[in-house]
Design a protein around this ligand. Structure first.
Ligand SMILES: Nc1nc2c(c(=O)[nH]1)N[C@H]1C(S)=C(S)[C@@H](COP(=O)(O)O)O[C@H]1N2
Ligand SMILES: [Mo]
Length: 166
């Protein structure tokens, strides 16, 4: 905390553990919200260690130990997909949005009909240690991507399902 913060009295608490819940809304049967603690209770999968590397610059960021997390497709299946017309699934996208507004997409096909879906997870543990909000949790991670940084979303806040209208 800087002296200026102390003087004005507007500084945030040193440890902010709020805002760790992930909402799941859009074209689903029942909207959901999962706190970090609730995510820890759900069935999980283990990812492989990897090197975090930026797509845009190819910059090596850091090595990352095994994540443990809940499969994105399992959370979506729990909410249930709304399918009003035949073929709706085929035009469905999933948008994962972080607290800072950073957002990435998946298609229904990727998640439910390719190996990408088997490794797209919402991580709450890294190297057998629980991840805290301060570590960026919950982190969305797509383990089958060629360069992992773009779909390595820190502080995931929202998952939105949309059937694209043409
Ligand atoms: N919430 C959030 N996650 C994000 C980003 C971001 O801007 N916000 N940028 C992504 C990109 S493009 C890169 S290269 C890495 C950067 O990781 P770093 O901030 O640990 O260097 O985070 C990824 N995850
Ligand atoms: Mo990046």
């Amino acid at each position: 905390m800087s002296p200026a913060d102390t003087a004005t009295g507007t500084a945030a608490p040193a440890t902010d553990t709020t805002g760790s819940a992930v909402s799941l809304t859009g074209d689903v049967v029942s909207a959901q919200s999962f706190s970090l603690e609730q995510l820890r209770q759900l069935p999980s999968v283990l990812a492989q260690p990897f090197d975090l590397r930026c797509f845009t610059t190819n910059r090596f960021i850091r090595p990352v130990d095994r994540y443990r997390g809940v499969l994105l497709k399992d959370l979506i299946a729990q909410a249930g997909l709304r399918c009003e017309e035949p073929g709706d699934f085929k035009r469905m996208i999933v948008i994962a949005v972080a607290h800072d507004g950073y957002a990435v997409t998946f298609s229904w096909h990727e998640l439910f009909n390719t190996p990408i879906g088997e490794q797209a997870l919402i991580a709450h543990e890294c190297g057998d240690q629980p991840l805290a909000v301060e570590d960026g949790a919950p982190i969305l991670f797509s383990g089958a991507d060629t360069l992992p940084a773009p779909r390595h979303v820190k502080r995931l806040a929202r998952i939105i399902v949309r059937t694209v209208q043409l």
